[in-house]
Design a protein around this ligand. Structure first.
Ligand code: 3HC
Ligand code: NAI
Length: 696
């Protein structure tokens, strides 16, 4: 077995190399190896300086997240880093790839830092519900002050080596070979320089305090309900008020407090769930097809958003529209995205021109003859989509992949318009498609493995988070949304106001409530769907007409200035509408319903039980392959709070037996809606959790 850490020498310089693929995570063996190598090099009289670097693709990208949740084993990372810092000889960290979390903390504990220009450094612990726990909150502010340190820790986004250099977080950029450059640098150095003794970042006490006050406010407003941001602020206060050693100990206590929290467990679950969702059977059996040029049919909301996502990632796009006017609108929809960035000073005209050079528009399907994949985003009507696919069948090259962005339509009904059904799949983007990360990859029975693999390859190119979904109405997300949306409608008719329901949802951790979300998406979409389903519904099922009454008045949400909420003068945040109360009361009166009160707790218990129960059916039917795929769908597509891990992870912590009891209790009044899923019953009977299913 290869050693995770090796010590060698180049002349009088000791070189410590960390080799723990894929990202050199700081497992126990790495920490031990690093400590041993540092002690040995420090004691070796022939060594004048030490270089620490990572083998393979990166300097360590952090602590080994897989070890979290297990008893921590010696040596602890903060102690290893303290030992590095107390070395009697200069220590140089040589950075490439992503030096993150504990990896960046090793660099901060080293005396000097050199990086290749493509390297990125950061403290992303907040995305795991954690704080930097190996000195990061104490060393980083000593170098760059509180404002920048807080920005790095709150955003958790890695910064470029160039920016780190400008901020004094690294000392030198390495041109050419990193190891050579680090050796040359180390040879120049005479004495250690310890970050714990640095004072530049602490000098302006007033600025430091002001940054802390701002950060506390941000933590309370924009990161509401999360523990880690407030702990980071507390650690920075310790940094400015206490000696380094005390601040370091305080940080360690806070780190363990966060690590023990449900929030951190939820976020760590979300981290691994996201990586697991990209691993699908088809992609393990087949290689993706080449993807060098994309076609997009339709330049409306979705077509334009998909085009922007593709152009941004470097793919040339040919957009097809019905006629010249529509094409001009389609192009304008694309350009508008860039013009807004230019107006905000976040893009230059030259950058826009570079991007738009990859764009081509046409009204002729024949212009798609060279593309490797086409994504159709025309009106949500089967006849229109079939006509488009018939045309595509005639002009596309034989191995091109055909995809539909339909929200609900059966992909088989679309693909049967072609003579190449095995090349067809669904790619369900979320609006705005250039921003939203989720991509449901809808796999009909007939799709060839390499077609599915190409869908996943596209997701990677576009920086999307893919989830494999079966070809069932609404796929994973919209199907489950339909169910808990109905549950919310029932509660509304029974006595809860839409505003109370939204408030409970926001209190739970969502960025916005369901009705605010409906207003944002446009109430007409759901209304069209309901009208199309008329006559097909089971008359015994409960049907709430409140949303129909709202739509009949032409109130379609934000775009019409009114929906569940009022949006006076183009306001983006809605205000409660007194007329909605009257309208709801009238609907209750029609059904002789006497309104009752709902607590926030009951609202959420019902809402989530409806969500999880339908999710069980989605799993049972194989529409989702594993519970964690449903978690990924709801965290990245529907605003489910990431720190709760997703609905299935939440259900595990709520208790499946308790949830089943809730469902049975609700079912006493509405047995058709509240039919417990056989999968949930089976899991409770066998004492299993969704997480057990994730493990297979
Ligand atoms: N620990 C364990 N495994 C890790 C890991 C980590 N810190 N970081 C990545 N991995 C694993 C992934 O799970 C994945 O495994 P798989 O192939 O079995 O699915 C593999 O490494 C590759 O990861 P990605 O698919 O994410 O590869 P990318 O190239 O897209 O991204 C990355 C690489 C930017 C390093 C990204 O993986 C990442 O952001 N990792 C997490 C970094 C992080 O959060 N670090 C802080 C950890 S907490 C900490 O350090 C606490 C300290 O302060 C005490
Ligand atoms: P839209 O109405 O904004 O755009 C549709 C575009 O298709 C129009 O520009 C129209 O001119 C064009 N078009 C119609 N027939 C065409 C044809 N035969 N050839 C070329 N172009 C044609 O609609 P939107 O919202 O972009 O939706 C498109 C698809 O995406 C639908 O299937 C919808 O269900 C789906 N979708 C929509 C989401 C949303 O939030 N709007 C989210 C996810 C999917």
């Amino acid at each position: 077995m290869t050693q995770p850490v090796t010590l060698s020498t180049a002349g009088s310089i000791a070189v410590i190399e960390i080799n723990n693929p894929p990202v050199n995570a700081l497992s126990q063996a790495v920490r031990q190896g690093l400590l041993d190598a540092v002690v040995q090099a420090d004691a070796d009289a022939a060594v004048t300086a030490i270089v620490i670097l990572g083998a393979g693709r990166s300097f360590p990208a952090g602590a080994d997240i897989k070890e979290f949740g297990q008893p921590m084993q010696d040596p602890h990372l903060p102690d290893v880093i303290d030992r590095i810092e107390s070395c009697s000889k200069p220590v140089v960290a040589a950075l490439h790839g992503t030096a993150l979390g504990g990896g960046f903390e090793i660099a901060l504990g080293s005396h000097y830092r050199i990086a290749v220009p493509s390297a990125r450094v950061g403290l992303p612990e907040i995305h795991l519900g954690l704080i930097p726990g190996a000195g990061g909150t104490q060393r980083l502010p000593r170098l760059c002050g509180a404002a920048m340190a807080l920005d790095i820790m709150f955003k958790g986004t890695p910064i470029r080596a160039q920016d780190a250099l400008a901020a004094g977080l690294i000392d030198r950029l390495a041109e050419g070979d990193l190891r050579q450059a680090a050796l040359i640098y180390a040879a120049e150095l005479q004495t250690p320089r310890r970050t714990r003794e640095a004072t530049s970042g602490l000098a302006d006490k007033a600025a430091f305090e002001a940054a802390l006050t701002d950060a506390k406010e941000t933590a309370r407003s924009r990161m509401r309900g999360q523990m880690a941001p407030l702990k980071i602020v507390e650690c920075l206060r310790a940094c400015i008020t206490q000696p380094f050693a005390d601040g370091r100990l305080f940080e360690r206590d806070c780190f363990f407090e966060c690590l023990a929290s449900e929030q951190s467990k939820g976020m760590i679950h979300a981290f691994f769930a996201q990586r697991a969702s990209a691993k699908v059977p088809e992609a393990s059996r087949a290689e993706p097809r080449p993807l060098n040029r994309l076609g997009v049919v339709g330049g409306g909301t979705m077509g334009a958003g998909i085009t922007v996502a593709a152009l941004n990632s470097g793919l040339p796009v040919t957009m097809i529209e019905r006629d010249h006017d529509s094409l001009a609108r389609g192009r304008a929809n694309v350009e508008q995205v860039y013009d807004r960035l230019i107006a905000k000073g976040r893009m230059s005209e030259a950058q826009k021109s570079d991007i738009m050079a990859r764009y081509q528009g046409s009204t002729q399907f024949a212009d798609l003859s060279e593309v490797d994949m086409v994504i159709e985003a025309v009106f949500e009507r089967l006849d229109v989509k079939r006509a488009v696919f018939e045309q595509l069948d005639k002009v596309l090259k034989p191995d091109a992949v055909l995809a539909s962005n339909t929200s609900y339509i059966d992909i088989d009904e679309i693909s049967s318009a072609t003579n190449r059904r095995e090349h067809v799949l669904g790619l369900h983007f979320f609006s705005p498609a250039n921003i939203m990360k989720l991509l449901e990859i809808v796999v009909p029975q007939s799709a060839a493995d390499d077609v599915v693999a190409t869908g996943f390859a596209l997701a990677k190119i576009l920086g999307k988070i893919p989830v494999r979904a079966g070809n069932s109405p609404g796929f994973i997300g919209n199907r489950i949304l339909g169910k808990y949306g109905d549950c919310a409608a029932h509660m509304m008719e029974d006595g809860a106001t839409p505003y109370e329901i939204d408030s409970a949802i926001v209190e739970f951790g969502y960025p916005m409530g369901l009705h605010a979300m409906y207003d944002l998406a446009g109430l007409d979409i759901g209304w069209d769907n309901r009208k199309a389903a008329q006559g097909k519904r089971n008359p015994a099922e409960r049907y709430v007409e409140i949303a129909d009454r709202i739509c009949e008045r032409g109130w379609f949400g934000q775009k019409t200035g009114r929906g569940f909420y009022l949006y006076p003068d183009g306001a983006r945040i809605g205000a409660p509408d007194p007329e909605i109360f009257i309208l709801i009361e009238a609907e209750r009166a029609k059904k002789s319903i006497t309104a009752r009160r709902f607590t926030d707790e009951e609202i959420m218990a019902r809402y989530l039980a409806a969500m999880v129960n339908e999710a069980c059916e989605v799993l049972r039917e194989g529409v989702a392959l594993k519970p964690s795929d449903i978690d990924v769908t709801f965290v990245h597509g529907y605003g489910f709070p990431r720190y709760r891990g997703g609905p299935m992870n939440y259900a595990d912590s709520y208790g499946l037996a308790r949830m089943l009891d809730d469902i049975r209790r609700y079912g006493q009044h509405d047995p058709i809606f509240w039919q417990a899923s056989p999968l949930l019953i089976e899991l409770v009977a066998s004492g299993q959790t969704f997480n057990d299913l994730n493990k297979g």
